[in-house]
Design a protein around this ligand. Structure first.
Ligand code: ADP
Length: 334
């Protein structure tokens, strides 16, 4: 990735990049968010000022990074990409800040992972376009005031609740990205099938949409797999029956749950009798990190009413037992 600067072996064009919309007009769904952003962009351009700082929150794969790339292209400006997990000390942040040009965008993904010590630098950078750095130690310490070009910070987080109030309050625009409808996902599948030069009829696009957990990134991944499968097994013919067989083969069921999602429900039901169980206990049993479960698995299970979060822990719903074809144990209501 750009942020860690690591050398990657050449695997050809990254499909996630080629399928990523380049302009706001190519984005599907999120129409209210897009409308508000267009107004803010217009106004900033009329005034000749940088766009206000923007915070996007929502589950992974719903378009936060996409917005962070289309906004600068709408504004004919450049973007630097950083990740909160990579900013460990103030010196990691400095190059980004000193590289901003007037009106350009600095994108910080996973901004909830920026450590407190660095967050303080962001306050003055965002508010006054300036940073004060302390050089040296003790009696020799002196403060260097550095002024920055006015810029726009775009932050993205899957955990809006983990941001401190002072940081959150410095974003003039805060947008929550919600789940996509079946029609929106089917539209994304159809548009991207054209980019990939394959023919996908509306019914097949619907099958892929149904099994994509309301998430564009997953719709794209499923489409790429269906393409491989169809090319290898069906002369490139994509039809509903082929889509179903292809997705069944990689363990994606008719609700769109993958193996990890079902493993979560299975663990909760088998080991904890459906709960309530603590997230850490479930994570330990599954041998995955609780962050992964909280970010990538639970949001869709909660939204599908397969899971509820109670004060005493996670609880599988009757619908989850039915989906997993398990008998519900006798247990007291929480
Ligand atoms: P996030 O940053 O929220 O994890 P991304 O912006 O990386 O999600 O989105 C993942 C992929 O999903 C993108 O590469 C893009 O191809 C697709 N995508 C996301 N949002 C949209 C959208 N509104 N319209 C079309 N494609 C989208």
């Amino acid at each position: 990735s750009i942020a860690d600067g690591g050398e990657e072996p050449d695997r050809g064009p990254d499909p996630d990049v080629t399928l990523r919309p380049q302009r706001m007009a190519e984005m599907v769904g999120q129409q209210d968010v897009i409308e508000r952003l267009r107004i803010a962009i217009d106004a900033a351009q009329v005034r000749g000022e940088p766009l206000g700082h923007i915070l996007f929150d929502g589950p992974p794969g719903l378009g936060k990074t996409t917005f962070a790339t289309v906004i600068p292209s709408e504004m004919n400006t450049t973007v630097q990409m950083a990740n909160g997990a990579g900013l460990k000390a103030p010196r990691d942040l400095l190059p980004y800040l000193t590289n901003v040009s007037r009106g350009s965008v600095l994108f910080i993904d996973e901004i909830h992972r920026v450590p407190r010590a660095i967050e303080e630098y962001l306050y003055t950078a965002m508010e006054d376009f300036r940073i004060d750095i302390v050089l040296g130690e003790g009696v020799n310490a002196r403060t260097l005031n550095l002024s920055l070009e006015p810029f726009t910070l775009i932050g993205a987080t899957t955990r809006a609740g983990m941001l401190t109030a002072p940081l959150r309050d410095r974003f003039q625009i805060r947008e929550h990205l919600g789940w996509y409808t079946r029609n929106e996902l089917a539209e994304i599948v159809q548009r991207n099938s054209k980019k990939l030069n394959i023919e996908v009829d509306p019914i097949s696009a619907g099958v892929i949409a149904d099994r994509s957990r309301s998430t564009p990134r997953l719709a794209n991944n499923r489409l790429l797999w269906v393409r491989d499968y169809a090319q290898s097994k069906a002369n490139g013919n994509v039809e509903a029956r082929i889509c179903e067989a292809a997705l069944d083969m990689i363990g994606i069921d008719h609700l769109g749950l993958d193996k990890q999602d079902r493993n979560y429900l299975d663990t909760l039901m088998r080991v904890f009798l459906g709960g309530p169980a603590g997230l850490d206990a479930i994570a330990h049993t599954m041998n995955v990190s609780s962050d992964t479960l909280e970010d990538e698995v639970e949001p869709f299970l909660l939204r599908s009413e397969l899971l509820v979060r109670t004060r005493r822990g996670r609880l599988a719903t009757p619908k989850a037992f039915e989906h997993m074809k398990r008998e519900m144990p006798d247990r007291p209501l929480p």
